[in-house]
Structure formats: structure tokens, C-alpha cells
Design a protein around this ligand. Structure first.
Ligand code: ACO
Length: 397
């Protein structure tokens, strides 16, 4: 029998798995996902139950600390987050340096990393209080700087967290409150956002989460690890897909609404175009989050009285793809990003902020996975490779 621990000495024995399609990188107690059956659970609770009955900070607590908080613990958690919502005025100088046209995800990644400079003390992962404070601090400041990326792009003055309202309400007031008057938060919008943040809160070892774990495995700090997660999420094959979906739907609408033409493009192997919001590395049946979001999109649009032709195009495209042999044979179904953008649009969120909203929702998952990785004392992430370059070459001038 082969002694696994000695494998590193057997040069040439390497599992080559590009894209880690079938390689586990860790053991985790956080999220259970069955791609065949379309099951998603956080800490054992079904995503359907959580989306319907819970709230974002409660789910955040559950993901990070393992159990649902009591009412008192949750209140304490919310208050502890409030303690850290002020962001250094000097961060504003950094924001000033960006052009207004900068993509909010680029600015968010940079600002998250910059927080390290203002909070340089590394977290003692063996000290419960230290860990707890670092978590509250990250949840508090991330929301504020995430919304500042939008305020910057609009040239508006930056807003501060309002300690008299909740976390999700604060997202709306940080984004849209003007200095000229009070901002009334619409409860329908808050409910929809709460649900969307919960649906995005964790998804086991996806690209951004694996990146957070990988960067954190070198014992880089929490802000640095989260910043790397933001960068990974930005790509259109991952979180950036929600922006790409809406741009695609707008393009279809602008060019006369011919969904079949785009379906044909997506199937054409000589055309790099993909149907954005379709397909998933793990879900090969359906994405349970997409089901919930599709219903939420219908509800929100009806409640807000929005009649959006983009939603009709999305439905047409989905129906056509679900009947199409190309998509059926490859198990390509709508994913979480297919409908989220339609809701964000109805809520008045600008398109290039969509992925920032994904990041706000995914933050507790990144934190939970980072914490678990450090507590489990996981080794530094360091994949191997199969070298395919030149053999030794003589250096001749
Ligand atoms: N449109 C057209 N064809 C597609 C699509 C699509 N959206 N997705 C996959 N395919 C095809 C591929 O061309 C490939 O076909 P082939 O077997 O003939 O070569 C087959 O389906 C398998 O696709 P892979 O790229 O090998 O699947 P993988 O698991 O690597 O990729 C991914 C998954 C990245 C999500 C892919 O489906 C995709 O690019 N989708 C569009 C982008 C998107 O919506 N991303 C969001 C994902 S969810 C999230 O991150 C929150």
C-alpha cells in the first residue's frame, strides 16, 4: 500500500485537476450542497426556510458561529457591529484618488485592502474576543465602504451608518440618503434585499471563497483575505455574472427582443458568447436559489408596480433554453444571477453595483470560511503542477 504522507517524494505522482472540478481542498461544517438534487443548507438549515423566515444578520451569525443566535445574542451582535461602523476620514482621501468612472468592485477591493493599514493589528485567532471584534469590525466597515463606491461614482457626499436603523436598511440609506433631507426606507425593498443577501451568504468552496481560504492560509489578515475574495468575485464567470446578465438582457431588448438569436449565439462553438446566468459548476439539475429569486422577482415587481420588459425577455429566454437540446444535454439551468439583477434594477440599484451587492451578501460566508480554516489550523494552500515547459537549456549569449 502507498503511504500517502510520502507521496510528495514520488515525483510525477500528481493529481491533475484543472479548475478543481473534483478535488476537495478542505473539510467544512458550514454549507451543504447537493448539485444533483438542488439542495443548499447553511449549518443544516434549508435555504428555503432561511430565505423565508430569517434575516441577514441572523444568518450571518449562524454561518460564522455555527448556531442560530438567541434574541439577546442577536441584539448584542447588531449592537457590536454598530460600534465599528465609523470609517477613518483618511479613507476618503484614498477614495478621492479614484476616477469617478472606476468600477465599484475595483474600488471596493482596494478599500477593503486599505482597511488593513488603518487596523494593522493582526487577529489573534486563539482569542475569542479578538476574533469576535474583528468579525464585527469587518461586517460593519465593509457595508459602509461598499456603498461609498457608489457615492463616489455619483460624485455625492459620503454617508455615515445610522445607528437607529438595521443593517439592511442602512444599505439603502448609505446609498441613497441625500444631505437635503431624511431618507424613508421602503420595507418592501428591505425585505427583498434581506432575502437576496441570505441567498448569497455562502456557497461552500466557490472561486471567491476558495480564494479567501487560500490567501488566509498564508496567515494574511482578514481584510486582505476578504479583499482577494472581492477580486475573485468580480469576474463575469462568477459574481460579475449578475451585471453581465442584465447587460445581455438590455442588449436583447434594444435589438428587438429576439431571444432565439442569442440562444443560437450561445450554442455556436465559434462564438465566445455564453448565455450569462446559465450553468453552474455544481448544480446540474437546478439552482435552488434561482427558484426562490424568480418568485421574489415576480413579487417585488408586482408590489412596486414595476412593469419591466426585461423580465419578460428573461422569462422568454429561460423557457426557450429549458426546451433546447444543447442546454438540456449539458444540464444548463438558470443560476442565482439570472434573476437577481432584475430585482436590483427594480429597486433602483445601478447595474455596476450588482456585484457589490453580491459581495455584501457573501461577506459572512467568506468570514465563516476564513475562521474555520484558521481554527482548523489548515496548512498553507499550495497546489502542485505538471511542468510542460522546456527541458534544461544551455545559456548561450
Ligand atoms: N452558455 C452556453 N454554453 C454553456 C454555458 C452558457 N452559459 N455554460 C456552460 N456551457 C457549455 C460549455 O460551452 C461546455 O460545452 P461543451 O461540453 O460542448 O464544451 C459545457 O456547457 C460545460 O461547460 P463548462 O464551462 O465546462 O462548465 P464549468 O462548470 O467549467 O463552468 C460556469 C460553469 C462558469 C458557471 C459556466 O456555466 C458559465 O460560464 N456560465 C455563464 C456565467 C455565469 O452565469 N456565471 C455565474 C455562475 S453562478 C455564481 O458564480 C454565483
Amino acid at each position: 500500500a502507498i503511504d500517502i504522507s510520502k507521496l510528495r517524494d514520488l515525483s510525477g505522482v500528481i493529481t491533475l485537476d484543472p479548475g478543481y472540478k473534483n478535488s476537495g481542498a478542505c473539510k467544512s461544517e458550514i454549507t451543504f450542497l447537493d448539485g444533483e438534487l438542488g439542495i443548499l443548507r447553511y449549518r443544516g438549515y434549508s435555504i428555503e426556510d432561511l430565505a423565508e423566515k430569517s434575516h441577514f444578520l441572523e444568518v450571518s451569525y449562524l454561518l460564522i458561529f455555527g448556531n442560530l443566535p438567541s434574541a439577546e445574542t442577536l441584539e448584542q451582535f447588531e449592537n457590536d457591529i454598530r460600534r465599528f461602523t465609523l470609517v477613518s476620514e483618511e479613507m476618503k482621501i484614498i477614495i478621492d484618488g479614484f476616477p469617478r468612472t472606476a468600477h465599484p468592485m475595483g474600488v471596493l477591493s482596494a478599500l477593503t485592502s486599505a482597511l488593513t493599514a488603518f487596523h494593522p493589528k493582526s487577529v489573534d485567532v486563539n482569542n475569542e474576543k479578538d476574533m469576535y471584534d474583528a468579525i464585527c469590525k469587518t461586517i460593519a466597515k465593509f457595508l459602509v465602504i461598499a456603498t461609498w463606491t457608489y457615492r463616489k461614482s455619483m460624485g455625492y457626499p459620503l454617508n455615515y451608518y445610522d445607528n437607529t436603523i438595521g443593517y439592511v436598511e442602512n444599505f439603502m440609506s448609505l446609498m441613497f440618503k441625500l444631505p437635503t433631507g431624511p431618507y424613508a426606507v421602503n420595507p418592501v425593498i428591505v425585505d427583498a434585499l434581506d432575502k437576496l443577501f441570505i441567498l448569497h451568504a455562502d456557497h461552500e468552496q466557490n472561486c471567491s471563497t476558495s480564494t479567501v481560504r487560500m490567501v488566509g492560509s498564508s496567515h494574511a489578515g482578514l481584510f486582505a483575505s476578504i479583499s482577494s475574495g472581492v477580486s475573485a468575485l468580480w469576474g463575469p464567470l462568477h459574481g460579475g455574472a449578475n451585471q453581465a446578465v442584465l447587460e445581455m438582457l438590455e442588449e436583447i431588448h434594444a435589438s428587438g427582443g429576439d431571444a432565439d438569436k442569442y440562444l443560437a449565439k450561445a450554442k455556436d462553438k465559434d462564438d465566445p458568447f455564453r448565455l450569462m446566468g446559465f450553468g453552474h459548476r455544481v448544480y446540474k439539475n437546478f439552482d435552488p436559489r434561482a427558484k426562490i429569486i424568480k418568485k421574489a422577482a415576480d413579487d417585488v415587481l408586482a408590489t412596486l408596480g414595476v412593469n419591466d420588459p426585461i423580465l419578460e425577455i428573461a422569462k422568454k429566454l429561460e423557457a426557450a433554453a429549458l426546451e433546447d437540446e444543447y442546454f438540456k444535454s449539458r444540464n444548463l439551468y438558470p443560476n442565482v444571477d439570472f434573476y437577481s439583477g432584475i430585482i436590483y434594477r427594480a429597486l433602483g440599484i445601478p447595474t455596476d453595483m450588482f456585484t457589490v451587492l453580491f459581495a455584501i451578501g457573501r461577506l459572512p460566508g467568506w468570514i465563516a470560511q476564513w475562521k474555520e480554516m484558521r481554527e482548523n489550523k489548515e496548512p498553507i494552500g499550495r497546489p502542485r503542477q505538471v511542468y510542460t515547459g522546456y527541458p534544461l537549456r544551455d545559456y548561450v549569449k
